[in-house]
Ligand binder design. Sequence first.
Ligand SMILES: [Zn+2]
Length: 76
Amino acid sequence: MKCVICHSEDILEENVMEEFKHGNDIIVVPLKTMVCSSCGERYYSKLTVRKIENIERQIEANKLPMKEVGKVMLAG
Ligand SMILES: [Zn+2]
């Protein structure tokens, strides 16, 4: 597999923090996916895409178990 951005073949499975927006909130979900070691581009398998869609559905329904770990501050 080659990276479509930088053409590197250095694509490895990594733990990433995927961000989801929910209104003004950002929900961070740890996920395992393929990441280009050279430019950081993320590649998702069909299974991971399905997992992400499932997470989005759970977020919409307020059914995703989560805890507040910090606040996002907007200056001004
Ligand atoms: Zn790349």
